[in-house]
Design a protein around this ligand. Structure first.
Ligand code: PMP
Length: 397
């Protein structure tokens, strides 16, 4: 009577499954555009110099491996609070909780919505990062979707989005928004559109939940916060789930935060106490190392300057790859115009490739693309751009 013998096999994660297949592929020309991490020109996900420097300092200065408080390391919390909110919101209206990555932040935020704000439903953009659905469902929050991408699969259906937010929601529902660099499409609202979105969220009495996983990967640290700041200006309450996996290159260190904005200090304190209850029964308290790295960098002017330079380098490289790819495709006879990629933000874009074309790209050329046609621009090998464009043109013709 073995209890585990009848456990069914779960389907593999679609994207991580491709990573495994890529690793097993023996073709030397293979190229991986499916993963969700930044790669530099030599194809590696680098450790930033500012991170290495902070780690050296931490080795010397760390005195204990004792537990952090349930809501995380205090100096980390105040540093990232400044990064996310600046001076826009009074500090005593913010409940700040360190979380294990953006995923951990979203999970705790989802549980908070499910337990404390019921019968809140969480509206997700269509499409969205696949894990949003899974996280919110595991957290016990009912999930709905709102229109986001237009039928051309390369631009925002802004009218559709607004009318869904107006017509499908009830007051008290939550709306998840990608603060910048929408994953998987790369399609972001303009500053003017954010104004309108914030107005609708506020007038409908919705709770904005901002997933802020790519600050600095779109147009720069400040510019990427414009949507978030617009929402904060118009809404008294909000939840911001931030991640420092991408912009500090700290993927495996699991560094994120929940910043809950309440309308008054007492509500912020009560919300913080409930967030701590959720953390306690979930993972008890967060890991120290990654947060200590971020706090060390942000507390030091020199290291902060170095970080901003390195972040700019990543952002500029992605922009240049977009340009080179669009130029390369323009040289392919009969290939469609890819200049829409230049308007999109962040590492990802919908290429317009169908699942069948993505399959063919993999089997025939060893170029790995997610079935939705999402490409990670940072995975492109700039030295073999013409080859890549030839392969893409090959499956499109
Ligand atoms: N939100 C979005 C939109 C993401 O793309 C990701 C990472 N792929 C996350 C959140 C979670 O990031 P983390 O690795 O910090 O959990």
């Amino acid at each position: 009577p073995h209890r585990f013998d009848s456990i069914p096999l779960a389907p593999p994660d679609a994207i991580l499954g491709l990573t495994e297949a890529f690793a097993a592929d023996t073709r030397s020309e293979k190229m991986n555009l499916s993963v969700g991490v930044y790669k530099d020109a030599s194809g590696v996900t680098p450790i930033l110099k500012c991170v290495k420097e902070a780690e050296k300092q931490l080795i010397e200065s760390e005195k204990t491996k004792g537990y952090l408080p349930i809501n995380g390391q205090p100096d980390y919390r105040s540093q990232v609070q400044q990064l996310v909110f600046g001076d826009r919101v009074e500090s005593d209206r913010i409940a700040m909780v360190q979380a294990p990555g953006g995923t951990g932040a979203l999970r705790v935020a989802g549980e908070f919505l499910a337990r404390q704000c019921s019968p809140t439903r969480v509206f997700l953009p269509s499409p969205t990062w696949a894990n949003h659905n899974a996280i919110m469902q595991s957290a016990g929050a009912p999930v709905e979707s709102y229109t986001y991408l237009a039928d051309d699969r390369r631009s925002l259906n802004f009218e559709g989005m607004l009318s869904d937010l107006r017509d499908k929601t009830r007051p008290g529902d939550a709306v998840l928004l990608h603060a910048c660099c929408h994953n998987p499409t790369g399609v972001d609202p303009t500053a003017e559109q954010w104004q309108e979105i914030a107005r609708v969220i506020s007038s409908q009495g919705l709770i904005p939940v901002l997933d802020f996983a790519y600050q600095g990967f779109g147009d720069g640290l400040e510019a990427d916060a414009v949507g978030l700041h617009t929402v904060l200006d118009k809404c008294a309450e909000a939840i911001v789930c931030s991640s420092y996996s991408k912009n500090f290159g700290l993927y495996s260190e699991r560094v994120g935060a929940i910043g809950l904005v309440a309308s008054n200090p007492a509500a912020a304190s009560a919300s913080l106490s409930q967030l701590k209850v959720l953390v306690r029964s979930n993972y008890s308290n967060p890991p120290r190392h990654g947060a200590a790295i971020v706090a060390t960098i942000l507390a030091d002017q020199e290291l902060t300057r170095l970080w901003k330079t390195e972040l700019d380098e990543m952002r500029i490289r992605i922009t240049q790859l977009r340009e080179k790819f669009v130029e390369g495709m323009a040289k392919q006879a009969g290939a469609p115009d890819f200049s829409f990629l230049l308007k999109q933000k962040g590492m990802f874009s919908y290429s317009g490739l169908t699942a069948m074309q993505a399959d063919e790209l993999r089997t025939k050329y060893g170029v790995y693309v997610v079935g939705s046609g999402r490409i990670n621009v940072a995975g492109m090998d700039e030295d073999r751009m013409d080859w890549l464009c030839g392969a893409v043109a090959g499956v499109l013709s």
